[in-house]
Design a protein around this ligand. Structure first.
Ligand SMILES: [Zn+2]
Length: 233
């Protein structure tokens, strides 16, 4: 890899903590610079009748910052689009391209935009997850790579950059398993920082450990995270 830099793109605070925090912590420990983008403000994720949008945005940002410290992230970029209303339009794609050209990652991690629903598990993949995944995919290829795309960014010193690999968090397709056995505690601790999101964190922890264990079994790891890996031209 040219640059030991990785950038994760999530829709909400906690998305990447569920999907990729073990991998981010692992690479950070190995000396990589790890960055995170959160596309929305997370302002809809609460059932508390006394909660307001404004207060929740602040709380969730602080929770994500606390989690990022545990994982060893270098910086978190908050785009603050309204939760549940994220669209993979040129505004969002350009925002992601701006960060890619700034931090120059070799690997970008995001969600799988082709994952709409699971009949087996009985759920729809959140619209913001699909939008963030699609915008990140398009930003990686071809938008951040071509000089004549968003050429106006050049005046800020943001020149084209080639992302080498796109890793997508996938629920169903098992492709690239990352051994996170030594990082599972960091993952659980990072997740636990999202206090506003969990009425019963013990259950969440149990579910996350179980999933990481089942994924790990396939390769003889104690715990793993799973991605679909695309090598980009
Ligand atoms: Zn989410």
């Amino acid at each position: 890899m040219k640059n030991k830099t990785i950038l994760a793109v999530g829709a909400h605070p906690d998305d990447m903590d569920f999907g990729a925090s073990g991998t981010l912590a692992k690479l950070a420990k190995e000396g990589w610079e790890a960055y995170l983008i959160i596309c929305t403000d997370g302002s809809r994720g609460s059932d508390d009748p006394k909660m307001t949008h404004q207060r929740l945005v602040k709380i969730r940002r602080e929770e994500q910052e606390a989690s990022g410290k545990i994982l060893g992230l270098k910086k978190i970029f908050f785009f603050n689009h309204t939760d549940t209303q994220l669209v993979a339009d040129l505004i969002l794609k350009k925002e992601i391209v701006r960060i890619i050209r700034k931090v120059k990652p070799s690997i970008v991690i995001s969600m799988d935009p082709t994952f709409y629903y699971s009949q087996d598990r009985g759920f729809v993949n959140h619209t913001d997850h699909r939008a963030a995944g699609l915008a990140a995919m398009d930003a990686c290829f071809p938008l951040c790579r071509d000089r004549l795309t968003f050429q106006e960014l050049e005046k800020d010193g943001l020149t084209p950059h080639r992302v080498e690999e796109l890793w997508m968090v996938s629920f169903d397709k098992v492709d690239r398993l990352v051994d996170i056995s030594k990082n599972i505690e960091q993952k659980i601790k990072a997740l636990s920082m999202h206090v506003s999101q969990f009425a019963d964190f013990k259950q969440v922890k149990k579910r996350v450990l179980e999933r990481a264990r089942i994924l790990g079994e396939k390769k003889g790891f104690k715990f793993a995270e799973n991605f679909v890996r695309l090598k980009l031209p």
